[in-house]
Design a protein around this ligand. Structure first.
Ligand SMILES: NC(=O)c1ccc[n+]([C@@H]2O[C@H](COP(=O)([O-])OP(=O)(O)OC[C@H]3O[C@@H](n4cnc5c(N)ncnc54)[C@H](OP(=O)(O)O)[C@@H]3O)[C@@H](O)[C@H]2O)c1
Length: 345
């Protein structure tokens, strides 16, 4: 794949949204509008199943086209959220056509040729060139915002995270499964299995997201550990993740424990986290005003609370962090990358 500089059209960009009918794709359209991304032309793409459907958008009525039959020539920025296989299938066509592919799937996150970006953390790596920029996993993005702030301020080591991830992390079908299974359970027909989640999710918590690997970790846990080191450029950072699916529709919550190289008071740690762009500590001088998953729904900010010292380590710090997985965890981060790339000229 040869990378070419994209010609910056002052009238705006030609954007293609691949996976436009999905949980993330729909939020991408919302974020493009909310961030006032200069859209000159937009194409909405999905599978054959949705082709021909007409959708009202802020840029007029658009007909969904089949991604595999679409010609990417003339597209400046292609936002992908149609699953790993679709990204792998279409990437060379997008890049060879001279477009920048911003990919929400796991297809290219481990590929050392392409950057893995959270704009507030490593946005300096963004370039307006054809090629690929990978968007990290939803649970990683919200955590690295906080890790970056603390690492820059005092240095961090030994990160342990436990996640409480919502069902929309598995897309629209993940939400539908939660609602269907809950309805069935209320009718006395609770199922131990699920068509989407690793186990029946109604009134339960499930410590498995993605396949279970031979080393005992799950795919989701491996993603969090690898991606955190790549984004922070801290190959030495020890990260241990446990990822859990919970019966929540939207927003992922996490408990993060880490060791700082200099001991911080709670007030100092709160101030460092609150100063980080994209983060807000909700309970400064207001104990009990910690955030929850439903409070974070539809917010662009990631919320932090319950910052406390770890009683078993003088340099240990623990906090709770919550973010809308469909926004900062996916669509918003991708559109922020698009904005930063386009504004570079
Ligand atoms: N949900 C999250 O929190 C989250 C966060 C970060 C990253 N991601 C990643 O983003 C991707 C999409 O997630 P989602 O939650 O939006 O899933 P989703 O709600 O299931 O939507 C999937 C989208 O992909 C399209 N699609 C599926 N198969 C296709 C094919 N063969 N060719 C073309 N288009 C196809 C679907 O189109 P049809 O309507 O035609 O089926 C739909 O638009 C996944 O790779 C996921 O891992 C999700």
């Amino acid at each position: 794949m040869i990378q070419k500089k994209i010609a910056h059209n002052p009238l705006g960009a030609h954007v293609a949204v691949v996976g436009a009918t999905g949980a993330v794709g729909r939020e991408m359209l919302h974020c493009l509008e909310a961030l006032k991304f200069p859209v000159r032309e937009i194409d909405l793409l999905a599978s054959k199943r949705s082709a021909g459907r007409v959708v009202d958008t802020p840029w007029g009525r658009k007909t969904i086209q089949t991604a595999q039959e679409f010609d990417f020539c003339g597209v400046d920025i292609a936002l992908f959220s149609a699953g790993k296989d679709v990204s792998l299938e279409l990437a060379s066509r997008v890049v060879d056509a001279g477009a920048l592919m911003i990919d929400n799937t796991s297809a290219f996150r481990r590929d050392s040729r392409w950057p893995l970006i959270v704009p507030e953390v490593n946005g300096h790596l963004i370039e307006l060139k054809s090629g690929i920029i990978a968007n990290p996993n939803c649970s990683t993005i919200q955590m690295v915002l906080a890790l970056k702030a603390l690492d820059d301020a005092v240095g961090i080591d030994d990160v342990r995270v436990v996640t409480y991830q919502s069902c929309s992390g598995a897309g629209q079908k993940g939400i539908d499964a939660l609602l269907d299974e809950t309805r069935m359970a209320l009718e006395g027909k609770r199922s131990a299995t699920s068509k989407v989640h690793a186990r029946g999710i109604a009134f339960d918590v499930v410590p498995q997201i993605g396949a279970l690997l031979d080393n005992g970790n799950t795919e989701e846990e491996e993603k969090m550990m690898f991606e955190t080191r790549k984004i922070l450029q801290r190959e030495d950072l020890r990260v241990c993740a446990t990822c859990v699916r919970v019966p929540v529709v939207r927003s992922h919550s996490e408990v993060v424990s880490l060791v700082t190289r200099k001991a911080l008071s709670i007030e100092e740690a709160q101030a460092i986290l609150d100063d980080m762009p994209g983060l807000r500590v909700t309970d400064i001088r207001q104990p009990g005003a910690y955030p929850t998953a439903t409070q974070a729904e539809n917010l662009f900010e990631t919320l932090v609370g319950r910052v406390r010292r770890d009683p078993v380590d003088p340099n240990g710090l623990i906090f709770w962090i919550v973010s809308d997985n469909l926004l900062k965890g996916a669509a918003l981060n991708a559109v922020q990358i698009a904005c930063a790339a386009w504004n570079q000229e």
